[in-house]
Ligand binder design. Sequence first.
Ligand code: ADP
Ligand code: ZN
Length: 686
Amino acid sequence: MLDTDTPTALLASVFGFPEFRPGQEEIVQAVLAGEPTLAIMPTGGGKSLCFQLPALCREGATLVVSPLIALMRDQVAALKALGIEAGALCSANTEEENAEVFDAIEAGRLKLLYMAPERLNTSGAEHVIRRAGVRLIAVDEAHCVSQWGHDFRPDYLSIGPLAARLKVPLAAFTATADAETREEIVTRLFGGTPPRSFLRGFDRPNIRLAFTAKDSPRKQILAYAAARRGQSGIVYCGTRARTESLAAALSAEGHTAVAYHGGMEPEPRRSVERRFQAEDGLIVVATVAFGMGVDKPDIRWVAHADLPKSIEAYYQEIGRSGRDGLPADTLTLYGSDDIRLRRSQIDEGLAPPERKSADHGRLNALLGLSEAQGCRRVQLLAYFGEAAEPCGNCDLCENPPELFDGTEAVQMALSAMLRTGEWFGAGHLVDILIGNPTDKVKARGHDELPTFGVGKARKRGEWQAIYRQMLGHDLVRPDPERHGALRMTEAARPILRGEAPVTLRKDAITRATENRRPAVKTLVSEEDEPLLSALKAKRRALAEAQRVPAYVVFPDRTLIEMVESRPETLDKMAQISGVGAKKLERYGAEFLGVLTGAATPEMHPKRRALAASGKGEAFDRLHAAAHQLYRGEAGTEKPLSCDTTLLRRIVERAPTNHDDLARVQGMNDARLERFANAFLAALAAE
Ligand code: ADP
Ligand code: ZN
């Protein structure tokens, strides 16, 4: 192997990344060495690179099994943009696309062959795989082999035997870490022999965590989206109907928002997926059906309009934001109704009893997180078995909650339940506690109870928040057989007996407000915003022309680095993370043009004024000529630019010869020498 072919060298020259992300290098080395490998990395940790890079260094081709066609096609597009021979075989291919892949296979050029699992089990697949000279199999989303998981793909079961028949090593990747899934992966993919395993940390420090009690969810979501206008985001909802009404409400406020749910026809669904991948700033309002296919690195926020079903689901859903490592923001709304709904979904489901109790446990972990009294990240990571320090990037680190000893209040609340035989929901119980003699209360004689009115000192809303926190701490549960009436759990018994205290949050009782939240973090400083927008516009134009998602051209991170370091030459441009040789050649000059031209922020109003006088096009031509000659004909001379004011003066004077042009203020000798001919030609073209 040549020095220039080492993983580190290729990381820089092909992918344009100066260094590995934590954990990547060890995994790349193991895969490269042909060791059976299982890598568990959080979403956004950079799994794909861990098989793509070895695939380049190794002899022969690498077969990549990936469950989602959209995701697969994006990866292939991204690889091709880097100048790597990659192809996908899937049902969505056109004849031409298939032919292209087969040609590359026959020519022995293909380095990465992507296949959907269902394709793997068609006749002839193995022949193609052998033809391609596959020497390694990489399995993406390896948890799909787990029969317990909701992502189970039966076709995944044939991957292990295939690797054995081909006698090639297997590298499996997933973000799902629970021990049960891990064991299944080892059994089903690796035939029971433990592979070399890597378990990367689960922290995603760039994702801000926040929960707010549901107050008026529609308003809360609208306010949240308004503060993040123009950024790509996902709003998760519990029901299909809600996705549509919220998408409509967001659109009415001027956002670009679309609904997405499992009840939609396949074609509209795919169209939403495509738009989301490709468009900047689209909001998708979705049920959980929107998920696995989403591989967009620059999702800036995720909001839950309804409580997710478990702590795993929560983390997976918010984890779709900020894959690029830049700040991302999340908000989860939760209320008593959500808790009741999620509990009854578990109870009424068809799973065996031990599964149900595990599901209640996962929901409890999420409820505990929503009612957390200290740093949310500490609690979240503890659930996944990781110790952490308070993070400073969650709502509770920023605004530590006020706590109070809730023992007495909880005892009263429990007593109201017990004295009415555990047959009622929170609404009726609160009426009893505050001494509200409704017809229902009187009809049942509940105004005669000793508990009637004992909680007068607190308002209705406070008692509701207390019941919600009791649900959150799993002190009470709704009983589906009693139409959701609250029943006490074993955990509440010591509190009722006065043997254990309970601490509750005070702030959760007061109304949720958006204005206490810190200002939204922007990606670049305010004065750099226009430049970033200009780079994004250029990126969008290039992406649309090539029909690839915007980030395939360059990810946000790369554009931000361009804004921050303002490269003036292609050499400097090449040093920016994400700019490999191929992309430098393909896009470098175009983006450099934006960067050097954008040094004149007043361009837009002036350009507009010229447009009004019918001279806008002449201005644009001059502008383009000035860019082209910025470093002279050969691109090797000293940089020389013309600002907007100068260009406007020229347009207004409309010189027809060299002398006339020389009279324009600002056209000094150096500029005349470099630009005169081009400018006069540009003006004459009118
Ligand atoms: P995963 O599959 O683990 O969710 P991806 O493979 O999609 O994550 O990678 C997430 C993002 O991180 C992508 O935009 C990718 O280009 C970027 N990335 C991966 N490795 C590196 C690296 N070493 N340096 C910088 N960016 C990286
Ligand atoms: Zn925190």
